[in-house]
Design a binder for this molecule. Structure first.
Ligand SMILES: [Zn+2]
Length: 389
């Protein structure tokens, strides 16, 4: 089903509703549906599909690789790849090398990664002969920030890690004069995380930290808007989602990675990291009624990798399963007593809208952001997700 931006018609939501095309539903508070019951995130998918049609991808990939090589001439590296040890980031690194690029791998260690993930990174960078730059967070400081997000009672409790990764990639790129940051994200397999489920920006992090944390954040830079603008317009740093230029089949990719890089699967999605495991399998579904499987399953339904019926069957077969030992480990590692944990856990959920963020400014700058996206200075998903009506 092809959706057209000009025909967007919204229907008021008064009861539980599931998208007629994917499996996202009204547990996403920012969702809307058109007259045919197709959701906002299906529209975003179609817009992304229109911008990245698979039929022209080989040519487009050739062009982008040429640009990256040209920008990296006479430099030690022509791009940066953020690695976490998971399938998507390791395959991005693998692909970059296969395409003849000279990446620098950057790894942010938040102290929660599993041994499997760390070993995957080590093996991949050794076998692909890629330099690895590791940034290790100060454990006390990082835990303090994680606790601050839990105390704030927002569903964005994994944002410190996601944001820190983003921050160290930009900082390294700016410092080394590397113009391209390659990502392992793909809207076809991962989907777009709803804004009411995951929101992040520098002002938001600062506000939560000031209200619920202590001390100063030194492990990574809080990216202010002026600094980001400097990176985009002066340093001309661009993010490229390499996996959106290829047909990406998870099973086939797993085989390639196992065979060529001795890569080892780590279990559930994003469970290469114990905090993410705790957060996605326990905290989000149990406290916030957020089941992240819906985002990924919806993406797979839209890109034809599974049927909508199969996705519904999987969701209805049971809720996200969590391990009690992981939850207990996380609470202990966060340095919370059981009493404090209960207090945090039973606090009423809040939204990023109740805190200071750059969102009002982004909405105000909608038009220039749209122009920058059209000129491909900024990724179009930025406009669709944050600035579009
Ligand atoms: Zn949908």
């Amino acid at each position: 089903m092809e959706a057209k931006t000009s025909s967007w018609k919204f229907k008021a939501i008064d009861e539980h509703q599931r998208c007629s095309r994917c499996v996202l539903d009204t547990t996403v508070s920012d969702i809307w549906f058109d007259a045919a019951g197709v959701c906002k995130y299906c529209y975003i998918h179609d817009e992304m599909e229109r911008l990245h049609p698979l039929e022209n991808m080989e040519e487009a990939l050739g062009k982008i690789v040429k640009k990256i090589r040209k920008a990296g001439r006479n430099k030690s590296y022509d791009c940066i790849v953020g690695v976490s040890g998971g399938r998507d980031s390791i395959y991005t690194l693998y692909l970059a090398r296969k395409l003849g690029l000279r990446p620098l791998a950057v790894y942010f260690d938040n102290g929660w990664n599993t041994e499997t993930a760390v070993s995957n990174i080590r093996k991949a960078t050794d076998l692909l002969r890629v330099d690895l730059h590791t940034v290790t967070a100060d454990p006390d400081e990082f835990r303090d920030l994680q606790r601050a997000f839990l105390r704030a009672s927002v569903p964005d409790a994994d944002i410190p890690t996601v944001y820190a990764i983003h921050s160290v990639l930009y900082e390294k790129a700016a410092k080394e004069n590397i113009r391209y940051i390659l990502h392992g994200h793909s809207f076809r397999t991962e989907g777009t995380s709803p804004i009411s489920w995951t929101y992040m920006d520098g002002r938001y992090i600062k506000d939560i930290h000031q209200k619920f944390g202590s001390g100063v954040i030194r492990s990574f830079k809080i990216l202010t808007l002026p600094w980001l603008l400097y990176c985009v317009f002066v340093k001309r740093i661009k993010e490229v989602r390499l996996l959106e230029y290829i047909e990406y089949n998870k099973k086939k990719v797993d085989e390639v990675l196992k065979h060529d890089l001795d890569w080892v699967y780590y279990g559930g999605h994003h469970h290469k990291n114990l905090y993410t495991n705790f957060f996605q399998s326990f905290l989000l579904p149990e406290k916030f009624n957020i089941d992240k499987r819906k985002t990924e399953l919806s993406a797979l339904v839209r890109s034809g990798q599974i049927t909508r019926e199969a996705a519904i069957t999987e969701l209805e077969a049971g809720s996200y399963r969590y391990e009690r030992s992981v939850v207990m480990y996380a609470i202990a590692k966060l340095g919370l007593s059981l009493e404090e944990w209960e207090h945090v856990y039973y606090r009423a959920p809040r939204s990023h809208k109740e805190f200071r963020t750059y969102l009002p400014l982004i909405r105000l700058l909608r038009l220039p952001i749209w122009v920058a996206c059209k000129l491909r200075i900024l990724p179009y998903i930025l406009y669709l997700k944050y600035a579009s009506p």
